[in-house]
Design a protein around this ligand. Structure first.
Ligand code: IMO
Ligand code: MG
Length: 410
């Protein structure tokens, strides 16, 4: 069975925790998009891990993880991350493998990324990791793939500094390189978890273009980025938070108002630890945007949702969510393509009574307070998608499973 886990918002939805949880039942984990722009946090007891390139399944001893062809891989960042894992006792040799079709990020791409973004009239606020530069070279057919390290003529024609850089990492990368078509064929009949990065609204095609990342972070990207056809995907799980966040620039219709909502914004940011794992930037925060979430469910043919950070709202008297946009005097529940329309959109909010009880210890849906269940039921009705998993804390065990995706047939 192949299950895809993706972000249903603007990234940072808690994918790392959900992937880590589901990885327990997987034979292999494949990350299929993005690069070192991602930051996936996993908490195991007193230990906290921040992963950027390495799939979240690495923390299970012996489990195989793959960096898929849809990824862009910065060798410096990769080996720094693997080195740090090794120092903490996580063995990765022989079980962390890279698609030979994945593209390589050169150090100078990071500088070009930063310069380009600073030169934009409206900067995107990229992570400066060279992501867009690498994907655009890929589309332009000038990229460098892992398999190219064996292509002598191509290496010879590179700039000397690029060639020297690649020569330093050549043997290490080739030792990890594999053919994902072969690997995925061998894995047929076993459980494979396809781990997304970023989120639907940062997807190059489906997101709030041009304020997006450059990879295919939506469910469709999982097939190409891992090395299977779309028909082989058995379920798509979309992860979302009980509220919204966004890092970098671009429209966010349900963003908390700087004046009226400043106390709520500070509360959510501090309680939810809403600071970038990759860049340390404070994240922009806002109400749960159901218009955007329903759009994400539709464009990904989402089978189920995983709701995270519900416990952040434990102490509030009232919880609000955005159920429509008001744009130029008209109300809509459809998510517009135009960033101009999105920037003008005013959120139409709906109030829910708060549950005012800690959720951290709840382990079944029935044990959640009625008001929390009502909030979840409203989300399910609105998005026409079941909420199969609810996370009530950072720890692996602080999770409620209503539908185990490995045991749910379409
Ligand atoms: P995870 O996997 C949140 C955002 C950046 C910027 C835009 C483009 O942790 O959810 P890029 O460097 O990719 O060209 O930047 O995309 N961005 C993310 N925001 N979570 C992420 O990943 C992100 N990856 C990229 O902040 O606005
Ligand atoms: Mg993140």
């Amino acid at each position: 069975m192949n299950i895809v886990v993706i972000g249903a918002q603007w990234g940072d939805e808690g994918k790392g925790k959900i992937v880590d949880f589901l990885a327990g039942d997987a034979a292999a984990i494949v990350r299929y998009a993005g690069g070192a722009n991602a930051g996936h946090t996993i908490v195991l007891g007193a230990e906290q891990y921040a992963l950027h390139l390495v799939p979240s399944g690495i923390l299970y001893p012996g489990k195989r993880v793959f960096l898929g062809s849809g990824m862009v891989i910065d060798p410096e960042a990769l080996f720094a991350e693997l080195g740090a894992l090794k120092e903490r006792g996580i063995d990765w040799e022989g079980r962390a493998l890279i698609s030979d079709r994945a593209h390589i990020v050169l150090p100078r791409y990071r500088e070009i990324d930063k310069e380009r973004d600073a030169g934009r009239k409206k900067p995107i606020g990229t992570t400066g990791r060279g992501i867009g530069v690498t994907y655009s070279l890929k589309s332009d057919r000038d990229g460098i793939r892992v398999a190219d390290l064996l292509w002598e003529e191509k290496m010879r024609d590179l700039e000397p500094s690029d060639r020297d850089f690649l020569a330093r990492y050549r043997d290490k990368l080739l030792a990890m390189s594999t053919d994902m078509a072969v690997e995925m064929r061998r894995l047929r009949g076993q459980n494979v978890l396809l781990e997304g990065a970023q989120g639907t609204l940062l997807d190059l095609d489906l997101g709030t273009y041009p304020f997006v990342s450059s990879g295919m972070s939506s469910a469709a990207g999982a097939a190409v980025g891992a090395g299977i056809g779309p028909g082989a995907i058995d379920a798509v799980i979309g992860v979302f938070k009980a509220y919204s966040t966004r890092v970098g620039n671009g429209p966010m219709p349900s963003e908390f108002d700087e004046g009226a909502d400043s106390a709520l914004c500070a509360f959510v940011r501090e309680t939810g630890r809403e600071y970038g794992v990759t860049t340390g930037r404070p994240r922009r925060c806002g109400y749960l945007d159901l218009v955007a979430l329903r759009y994400a469910c539709a464009v990904n043919s989402m089978d189920a949702l995983a709701l995270t950070h519900l416990d952040i709202y434990d102490t509030l008297d009232e919880v609000e969510a955005c159920v429509a946009y008001r744009i130029g005097g008209r109300e809509t529940t459809d998510f517009p393509a135009s960033v101009e329309a999105l920037s003008q959109a005013q959120p139409v909010l709906r109030k829910f009574p708060g549950w005012k009880r800690p959720l951290k210890k709840c382990r079944s849906f029935e044990s959640l307070p009625q008001r929390a269940r009502d909030y979840v039921a409203f989300i399910e009705d609105y998005t026409e998608t079941p909420v199969g998993i609810v996370s009530v804390g950072y720890e692996r065990g602080e999770t409620i499973i209503r539908r185990n995706p490995w045991q749910t047939k379409r």
